[in-house]
Design a binder for this molecule. Structure first.
Ligand code: XMP
Length: 319
C-alpha cells in the first residue's frame, strides 16, 4: 500500500539513483511544495543538499525567520538566506502595473538566485517542488488549453545558462500526498497546511507601487487577520485568506484625533481548484475583532473593508 513512509522511501531511493554523489541546489520559498522537497532531499542525500532562500522583503511577517528556524535550526538543512529586500524595493520603484511588477519580481528573483548558485562550485542538479497538478497545468498551457490569466513565475524552466539537471521528486504526487509526506518528514503542521502564497508575494497585494511602508503595514495587518482566523477556527475552513493594501487614503477618527491614511481590504475565499471561488462568509464577530485590532494596532490604517466578490468575476488576488 502507498503509505507516506513508502512514498518517502521510494522517492529518496530514486533521488539517490539520479544524483549519485553530486550536490543538489534547491530554491526554498517557505511554501508547502519546496519545503517538502527540502525535507525529502535532506532525508535522501543529507548535506549534499544546499537550499537558497531569497528574502524578497515581500514575504509575510517573520516568514524568513520561520523558514530558517524550521530548516536550518530544527532539521539541520543547509540554507543560505539572501536578504534582498532593498534590491527588490529599488527594482520596483515607480512600477505600478501588476504584470510589470510580476516581471520585475520574477526576473530579479532569478538573478539573485543565480548569483548565489554560481558561488557554489560543485552543484550539478537543481531541485524543484513541481507537483502533478503543475505538470498538467503547464502541459495545458503549451497547448493553449489552460486559462493562464497571470504569469506565474514559480513553475517554469531553468535559466538556459545554468545547465543544471532537474530533480523533481514530487512530480507524480497530488497535494494531499505531498502534505502527508511533509508531516511524516517532521515539518510543522502549520507549514504543511499553510494557505498558498503567490510567488510575487506582497508585491501583488500592495496595489500600485510597492513601498517599504506599505509592505510593513500590510504584513502587520495580514498577521492580525490570520491570527484571528486561526483563533476562531476559520483558517482551515478557508482556502486562502489575506489582507490587501489599498493606496487610497480615507479619513478616520481615533482617540488621538483625525487620521487620513490608507485602507486595508480583507479577502478570504473557499475553493477546490482556485479557478472559481466563493467569498468566505466569515462571522461578523470575527470581522469586527480583526477590523478593530488592525485600526487600533496600526496607526497607518484608517479603515478596513471586506471583499465580497466571487471568482468569477473577480480574481482571488486583487492584482
Ligand atoms: P487569481 O488571483 O488568478 O489566483 O484568482 C488564483 C491562484 O493563483 C495564485 N496566484 C499566483 N501564484 N504567482 C503565483 O505563484 C502569481 O503571479 C500569482 N497570481 C495569482 C493566487 O494566490 C491564487 O492562489
Amino acid at each position: 500500500a502507498w503509505t507516506p513512509v513508502n512514498i518517502i522511501e521510494d522517492a529518496a531511493e530514486r533521488v539517490r539513483e539520479q544524483v549519485g554523489d553530486a550536490h543538489v541546489l534547491l530554491g526554498l520559498s517557505g511554501g508547502v511544495d519546496s519545503s517538502v522537497v527540502a525535507a525529502l532531499l535532506h532525508r535522501a542525500i543529507g548535506s549534499r543538499l544546499t537550499c537558497v532562500f531569497v528574502d524578497t522583503g515581500l514575504l509575510r511577517l517573520e516568514e524568513g525567520d520561520q523558514v530558517m528556524r524550521v530548516f536550518d535550526k530544527h532539521l539541520g538543512v543547509r540554507v543560505i538566506r539572501v536578504n534582498a529586500e532593498q534590491r527588490f524595493l529599488d527594482a520596483l520603484a515607480g512600477v505600478a502595473d501588476p504584470e510589470a511588477k510580476r516581471k520585475v519580481i520574477g526576473r530579479l528573483f532569478v538573478e539573485v538566485f543565480d548569483e548565489e548558485a554560481s558561488k557554489l562550485s560543485n552543484v550539478r542538479f537543481l531541485a524543484q517542488g513541481t507537483i502533478y497538478p503543475d505538470v498538467i497545468e503547464s502541459a495545458g498551457a503549451k497547448t493553449g488549453k489552460a486559462h493562464v490569466i497571470k504569469s506565474h513565475h514559480n513553475v517554469g524552466g531553468l535559466p538556459e545558462h545554468m545547465k543544471l539537471k532537474l530533480v523533481e521528486p514530487l512530480r507524480e504526487l497530488f497535494k494531499d500526498e505531498v502534505r502527508a509526506i511533509g508531516l511524516e518528514l517532521g515539518l510543522p503542521r502549520e507549514m504543511v497546511f499553510r494557505h498558498p502564497f503567490p510567488g510575487p508575494g506582497l508585491g501583488v497585494r500592495i496595489l500600485g507601487e510597492v513601498t517599504k511602508t506599505a509592505a510593513d503595514t500590510l504584513r502587520r495587518a495580514d498577521h492580525i487577520f490570520i491570527e484571528e482566523l486561526r483563533r476562531a477556527g476559520w483558517y482551515d475552513q478557508t482556502s486562502q485568506a489575506f489582507a490587501v493594501f489599498l493606496p487610497v487614503k480615507s479619513v478616520g477618527v481615533t482617540g488621538d484625533g483625525r487620521r487620513y491614511e490608507p485602507v486595508i481590504a480583507l479577502r478570504a475565499v473557499q475553493t477546490i481548484d482556485f479557478m472559481t471561488a466563493r467569498w468566505a462568509h466569515l462571522p461578523y464577530e470575527l470581522l469586527d475583532v480583526v477590523s478593530r485590532r488592525i485600526c487600533n494596532e496600526i496607526s497607518g490604517v484608517s479603515r478596513v473593508v471586506y471583499d465580497v466578490s466571487g471568482k468569477p468575476p473577480a480574481t482571488i488576488e486583487w492584482e
